[in-house]
Design a protein around this ligand. Sequence first.
Ligand code: GDD
Ligand code: MN
Length: 385
Amino acid sequence: MQSGELVAAAAPSGTATTLLDRTTALKGVELTVVVPTFNERDNIEILLSRLDAALCGIEWEVVYVDDDSPDGTAAKIRALAQNNPRVRCLQRIGRRGLSTAVVEGMLASCAPYLAVIDADLQHDETLLPRMLAMIKADDLDVVVGSRHTAGGGIGDWDRRRATISNIAARLARLIVPADLTDPMSGFFIMTRPAFERAVRCLSGQGFKILLDLFASTPVAFRFKEVPYVFGQRQHGESKLDSFVIWEYLMLLIDKTVGRYVPARFISFAAIGGLGVVVHFTTLYFGLKLVSFPAAQAIATFTAMTSNFALNNMLTYRDRRLTGRRFVTGLLSFYAVCSLGAVANVGIASAAFADHYTWWASGLAGAVVGVVWNYAVSSVLTWRRN
Ligand code: GDD
Ligand code: MN
């Protein structure tokens, strides 16, 4: 027995219309629109009515993925959902991140087609039906809304942002196909099988979910682009800050050499190298004021403290320690580095006694020291909650 017949049998008056209505109602969702939100309370309802207008005739739903916005975005979404069964709210607590929000929204959907669009009305939702038709007709994996293909545009961006975006797009060529003109786009539609192929390999870092997907898929995506012009934000403000650039570099490192060396380790070691500079600078000036042992001690603590602060801000941005945990984290970092120094000196001395050259012995000690500091601080200082 088919599901339609079942409904018809159960319905008191099995007229043709009832059968038709119920059968449509039983059809699953074809398109899930995932909308990441952070402090977008005033944009939710406008976007919803625009989606309603644009997606007429399609079985769709919208999943807003909200990272516990302090402005009450989630409550607003749930209130709208009371009157509209197409609306769902996925609220995440204690976590932030545009990429992971999009991934979890997609994972919460059962639809065969998945779209992503910003909440702030900067993307053109009226293109969605065309994008859906295209992905089906041409049997594609992804259709990308692009600002950098003929007919597209970046709206009224200032020179600085346009330049940064340009450089970022060029760097992206390292890891994605060259004919993907807007790898930073946050506006696209993809098929579920394509998503499922890539999802376990994603880096999940930062803002660039489309780039991450293209760089992570084991089989290259078949894709096309549709041009759109980036609109203006009406309410609220952008969440992109300067750290986006750093996160972007980490994503590139992760997708190029991450298979061999973790991106976090490269960041940690680079900051360690900077720490050496801090150490010698402090020592140089300290010697003008105090004795050598005192200056050396001050230099050591200054370098450890600045290393801690930088790693906390960059390497472990996603697990950043604040308030009291910043202080306890710093103390644990001192402890870890002290043991690292003991291991460093021990290994280097042993190697030197074994007749290795002074620089090879020193290098061996330093490598052991930095690996120790990285490994132990990652579980003690910046442990996952
Ligand atoms: N859940 C969640 N968590 N959503 C977030 C977060 C977060 O940490 N950060 C930002 N968002 C949401 C915003 O609420 C918005 O709906 C969308 O993600 C885009 O954020 P904006 O802050 O508006 O970014 P933008 O307009 O500056 O950036 C746009 O251009 C970039 C390329 O230059 C977006 O389209 C990006 O996706 C795109 O990469
Ligand atoms: Mn925006």
